[in-house]
Ligand binder design. Structure first.
Ligand code: C2E
Ligand code: MG
Ligand code: MG
Ligand code: MG
Length: 275
């Protein structure tokens, strides 16, 4: 009887596995057609000067509007895109759309040219030999000044293939493009390496910010990161500010910029809610 039950369970497991694999395959097929089907959308979240609450930049965050599955977050499909080698195509779309959007806002008089657009790059993009060419194309096509574009790379994506990545980022930095380290504190970039990169901004990962005000080392860690950034002459952004208490503490610690639901949530047309 145990054997029978085992068999039935296996059959059930097998069916579930098949459904899962089929679902993933379908998602992969759908993902490859996402651009032609115009299913990608960008949401924009402001980056704010904490002292004045002035918007200094916007971060472009991609979403997939799937006809059956609804809005899929990048955390779900970017890893899949990386696996199937699709992030290059996807990344070009994001770069082109985000730069075009900021240029459009500038032309409508909604932003001046002190405000930047910040675009996330995947590990594969940062290491790709055509990265600089893609960025230059996006700048030329949109007519955006290089200083109005900022690129965000995670610690982990700059710790692989270091030489090549340093050279790409150095070229981009020399063009005038801003360079941020995203999710700082969660990766494995060594401090000795950090100063080899031409990054001018460091984004403190949300996990540190959400632990502020709780017992534990969060405050000291954030303070340490602020000091580190100052000695590397980097500007600091706190990610994921959700409460007034966190905001207050960050201001007190001398964090200049912030981003988070308390200040504004990412949305497809941020100017609609303002008007
Ligand atoms: P990230 O670059 O660190 O972006 C910040 C994430 O935190 C975003 O999630 C944003 O919606 C969320 N967030 C902002 N404020 C708050 C807050 O106060 N509380 C909480 N709980 N969350 C907040 P999202 O949009 O789901 O993006 C997740 C990650 O996906 C991004 O993390 C980034 O690594 C990646 N990603 C997004 N867009 C792109 C893209 O165009 N290309 C690539 N390669 N990766 C992208
Ligand atoms: Mg980011
Ligand atoms: Mg981040
Ligand atoms: Mg993140």
């Amino acid at each position: 009887q145990a054997k029978l039950r085992g068999k039935a369970q296996w059959a059930l497991f097998d069916t579930q596995m098949r459904a899962q694999i089929a679902g993933r395959l379908q998602l992969e097929l759908d993902l490859r057609r996402v651009i032609e089907r115009q299913e990608l959308v960008l949401h924009y979240q402001p980056i704010v000067a904490l002292a004045t609450e002035r918007v200094v930049g916007w971060e472009a965050l991609v979403r997939w509007q799937h006809p059956q599955r609804g809005l899929i977050s990048p955390g779900e499909f970017i890893p899949l895109a990386e696996e199937i080698g699709f992030t290059l195509v996807l990344g070009q779309w994001v770069l082109q759309t985000a730069t075009g959007q900021l240029r459009h806002w500038q032309q409508q008089g909604l932003c001046d040219d002190q405000v930047y657009m910040s675009v996330n790059l995947s590990g594969r993009q940062v290491a790709h030999s055509r990265l600089v060419a893609w960025v230059q194309t996006a700048l030329q096509e949109s007519g955006l000044l290089p200083r109005c574009l900022r690129l965000e790379v995670t610690e982990n994506s700059i710790s692989e293939g270091v030489e090549r990545v340093v050279s790409h980022l150095t070229t981009l930095g020399a063009l005038g493009v801003g360079l941020s380290i995203d999710d700082f504190g969660t990766g494995y970039s060594s401090l000795s390496r950090l100063h080899q990169f031409p990054m001018d901004m460091l984004k403190i990962d949300r996990s540190f910010i959400c632990s502020l005000g709780q017992p534990g080392p969060a405050t000291n860690l954030v303070q340490g990161i602020v000091t580190l950034a100052a000695s590397l002459e980097m500007q600091v952004v706190a990610e994921g500010i959700e409460t007034p208490a966190q905001l207050w503490e960050l201001k007190n610690m001398g964090v200049t910029y912030g981003q988070g639901f308390l200040l504004a949530k990412p949305c497809p047309d941020p100017w609609l809610s303002v008007a």
